[in-house]
Design a protein. Structure first.
Length: 326
């Protein structure tokens, strides 16, 4: 109870700063942006309007920088601990498995993400956990300011089109590949508003256009971190080419014809944390390859030919590995 009381007192001090001294809060946000950008090696993106005011955009950018550096590794596009994702508006305002909204627009006091950040470092519920770098005072101020101002999320597509000098996003070659994949029914997009890494979903590729889509996909190389090819009749060359995607973190192969032998091509993917093999013909023999992927954290084997015994053995082979087999 005392810990929660102290958390409430700290939050009230942030709210007082935001309400009673908006100019100093703006300065704090700008100062925090400079520190976070310097630490992240980023150049400041120019303020641009895309259905929001410059102040709303500045608050959003500042809050996003904090969450990118402290939250997205565990609650972003490639990993969602506790089923919580904070890099998308709907997911962040809905909450994870707890059902408690992480961000409540206009109410930092009710926002779970703020409560967890304000907990003492030794508290088991503190976020980031004690083993990670704590959010700075300026960083918490930035998130509180953004939430209290309504937690406005700009239209990212419109924003990218307007920020023409942001070379990390507006790379003509990458944009051309994205457009080519979109033209054959696939979907390719940047990982987030300021992250040039790529996520691709080819599961709805137009009939007869798969080879064309895969040819374009290969151009991403180590820029690709997320790939969904579920339900597709993939050529054997697809698996042989997987090794070029050295930064791939999430791979959906569910309902494909992937074989036990094909899984050997995944061993070289040192960043792979998520693998979906639901509804495939994978057997116990294929799991020997998965045991060699040290980065793997979650595997779906439901509807496959893998036995319950083998699935349990795979789960025990690595302490943090979650195997879903049902």
């Amino acid at each position: 109870m005392q810990l929660r009381l102290n958390t409430t007192i700290r939050l009230r001090s942030y709210l007082f700063l935001f309400i009673a001294a908006p100019l100093s809060m703006t300065s704090a946000v700008e100062e925090m942006q400079d520190m976070e950008m310097a630490a992240d090696g980023m150049s400041a993106a120019p303020h641009a309007q895309a259905g929001v005011t410059q102040q709303e955009l500045a608050l959003f950018e500042a809050a996003q920088l904090v969450m990118k550096n402290h939250c997205y590794n565990c609650h972003g596009a490639t990993k969602q601990k506790g089923d919580l994702r904070l890099d998308q508006e709907v997911a962040a305002t809905t909450g994870g498995e707890s059902g408690v909204p992480s961000i409540v627009p206009g109410d930092a006091h009710a926002s779970y993400v703020v409560e967890r950040m304000l907990l003492p470092r030794e508290d088991e519920d503190a976020m980031p956990p004690e083993s990670k770098t704590a959010v700075t005072e300026a960083g918490i101020q930035a998130i509180v300011a953004w939430i209290e101002a309504g937690a406005v999320w700009p239209d990212m597509h419109a924003l990218r089109k307007r920020i023409s000098t942001y070379v990390e996003i507006d790379d003509p070659e990458t944009e051309a590949i994205i457009d080519a994949i979109d033209s054959v029914g696939g979907k390719a997009e940047y990982n987030s508003w300021d992250d040039p890494r790529i996520r691709v979903d080819l599961s709805f590729t137009d009939e007869g256009k798969l080879n064309e889509a895969l040819a374009e996909l290969s151009k991403f190389g180590d820029q690709l971190i997320w790939l969904d090819v579920s339900g597709l009749d993939l050529p054997s060359s697809f698996y042989a080419d997987l090794g070029q995607y050295t930064n791939l973190q999430r791979l959906h192969l569910d309902r494909t014809k992937v074989s036990d032998a094909d899984l050997a091509q995944l061993v070289g993917l040192k960043q792979l944390v998520y693998l979906n093999l639901y509804g495939t013909q994978i057997t116990d023999a294929g799991l020997v390859h998965l045991k060699q992927i040290q980065s793997l954290e979650k595997v779906f084997l439901g509807g496959s030919k893998v036995s319950s015994t083998a699935a349990k053995q795979l789960a025990r082979s690595k302490e943090e590995l979650v195997v879903v087999h049902r």
